[in-house]
Write a protein that binds this ligand. Structure first.
Ligand code: SF4
Ligand code: SF4
Length: 139
């Protein structure tokens, strides 16, 4: 058997393949190498706040499921790299999370519409939340 790492052979639909390949291109990660060992998820300090475990997000990308873009997980990830150092396949999961965030931000979807916030909400909201809501403009 070749010592070269073998990727999982999956056959997503053409549409799903477009999404998968876009995430691969943006992240630079070979997601097909993931064999779902779960080491990333077991070492992630943020899983209690996530809807999908990091390993599941990688699986969704492997299958080309763009539901990954609706996941809370991609926003909860703190880019701590605990997963990357554990991954036996050398996948930088944080890069994949960032690629997914970039794809959402490029849609310029408004989670918060600033001009619809009241003066009181604007006074009370942390400044970082307002700045974060504007990040899409720089994506
Ligand atoms: S980089 Fe993100 S997914 Fe990976 S362990 Fe840290 S919080 Fe979890
Ligand atoms: S640690 Fe790596 S190989 Fe294991 S499930 Fe996570 S991404 Fe896949």
């Amino acid at each position: 058997m070749s010592s070269e790492k073998q990727g999982l052979v999956l056959h997503p639909s053409p549409a799903n393949k477009v999404f998968r390949d876009r995430v691969k291109e943006l992240s630079g990660e070979k997601v097909e190498l993931c064999f779902q060992c779960g080491a990333c998820s077991s070492g992630c300090p943020m899983t209690q706040e996530m809807d999908y475990l990091p390993s599941k997000v990688i699986r969704m990308v492997q299958l080309g499921l763009d539901e990954a873009l609706e996941s809370k997980t991609i926003w909860v990830c703190t880019t701590c790299f605990n997963c990357e150092v554990r991954c036996p396949r050398g996948i930088d999961i944080a890069n994949v999370m960032e690629a997914l965030r970039q794809l959402v931000l490029r849609k310029k979807y408004d989670h918060v519409t600033l001009d619809q916030l009241s003066d009181e909400q604007l006074r009370e909201l942390p400044q970082v939340a307002i700045i974060s809501s504007l990040r899409k403009l720089t994506a």
